[in-house]
Write a protein that binds this ligand. Structure first.
Ligand SMILES: Nc1ncnc2c1ncn2[C@@H]1O[C@H](COP(=O)(O)OP(=O)(O)O)[C@@H](O)[C@H]1O
Ligand SMILES: [Mg+2]
Length: 337
């Protein structure tokens, strides 16, 4: 059943890939049921390999599902791909394709012509998008002379030239600097509000982005939706297990023994990119356990540089459901599996 106000709907959606060297199948999507209403800015939050891009590719008709079904703007993605394509657009962050000999403005004009946007309207939109992305002064620069970051901004601008009903943004601020990311987020928020029924489905690695921008967020891992709600409801629903962040000296013994401490729910760590210090995150069942953690760290010859107790954020929610943080290179799970 397709609901009248559903911009996007999936039912038991799966997509399998056969890994080339191995016989084992990868379940990129494993039974996804999702309804995104018209007018929503909806976020998909998940670690690398969670299945976010696979879902976006199916919804934008670039990939067929293995089983289950999906509809966008009321049209089935497999049976009516052209009707879907007329109503959507897609921006993949990190993508910087384009024709090197064209200028920035010519590129936007070309895309507006693909979609049959009237000239005056196309110029107005191009000017607005050039302003938002900070590309205005590069309007007459050829793509071959743009930096990768600028090409990405152009790619973002291109996604809005056709005035789509539904926009899919796969990591839209990936690789953009802080200021450009902020402008892009502000643009997305304004774009959705500007006209009723405009819908955004975005994927992101950045918790703040999902929190700030999205009315509802789905946490996805291993092709399954683990939680779905408004950011504040997700935060409220996390059992109040204390999370501590501890900054450690880089050198010392292995941190594995921390897992064996009673009451320690999960331990994950990564190296701080600038300082090289170890950033350790420990979830415990009650505050008192942290004393034992500190004692064990001392025994492991690690010095504690800093200790903080974290207030629940979307990151806490994420760790609770996924068992590790998004930034962690190396995750050690204790007890939650
Ligand atoms: N074309 C493909 N062939 C084989 N495996 C793939 C292909 N595309 C994605 N996968 C696998 O499917 C899983 C989900 O990938 P993806 O949807 O790109 O995740 P995300 O965008 O969340 O990082 C990963 O394990 C990935 O390796
Ligand atoms: Mg991806």
């Amino acid at each position: 059943m397709i609901r009248a106000d559903a911009a996007i709907e999936t039912q038991a959606l799966t997509r399998h890939f056969r890994a080339r060297q191995r016989a084992r199948e990868v379940r990129a999507l494993d039974g996804v049921d999702l309804v995104v209403h018209a007018g929503e800015c909806f976020g998909l939050l998940g670690p690398n390999g969670a299945g976010k891009s696979t879902l976006i590719k199916i919804l934008t008709t670039l990939l067929l599902p293995t089983s289950g079904r999906a509809s966008v703007a009321g049209y089935d993605v497999a049976a009516e791909p052209l009707a879907v394509r007329r109503r959507i657009n897609l921006v993949s962050g990190g993508d910087s394709s384009g024709y090197g000999i064209l200028t920035v403005r010519e590129t936007l004009h070309l895309f507006s012509q693909f979609y049959g946007v009237p000239r005056g309207e196309a110029r107005r939109r191009a000017d607005e998008l050039l302003g938002v992305t900070g590309l205005a002064e590069k309007a007459d620069t050829r793509l071959s002379n743009l930096s990768t970051g600028m090409r990405q901004k152009l790619n973002f601008a291109r996604g809005f030239m056709s005035d789509p009903e539904i926009v899919f943004l796969d990591e839209p601020t990936l690789g953009l600097d802080v200021e450009a990311s902020r402008d892009v987020r502000a643009f997305i928020a304004r774009w959705v509000r500007e006209r009723p029924g405009r819908t955004v489905l975005l994927t992101t690695h950045y918790m703040v982005e999902a929190d700030e921008l999205c009315g509802r967020v789905a946490i996805i891992d291993h092709g399954r939706i683990l939680a779905l709600d408004t950011p504040s409801a997700l935060k409220r629903a996390v059992p109040a297990e204390p999370v501590f962040e501890i900054q450690l000296s880089a050198t010392g013994d292995d941190l594995d023994p921390l897992r064996e401490i009673r009451g320690v729910r999960s331990v994950s760590h990564h190296a701080h990119p600038a300082t090289g210090a170890t950033e350790l995150r420990v979830v415990v069942d009650e505050d008192d356990r942290i004393g034992e953690v500190l004692a064990r760290l001392k025994a492991l010859r690690r010095s504690v540089l800093h200790l903080t107790k974290m207030e629940p954020t979307l990151e806490t929610v994420f760790i609770h459901h996924v068992g590790r943080g998004l930034a962690d290179e190396e995750a050690v799970d204790a007890g939650s599996a």
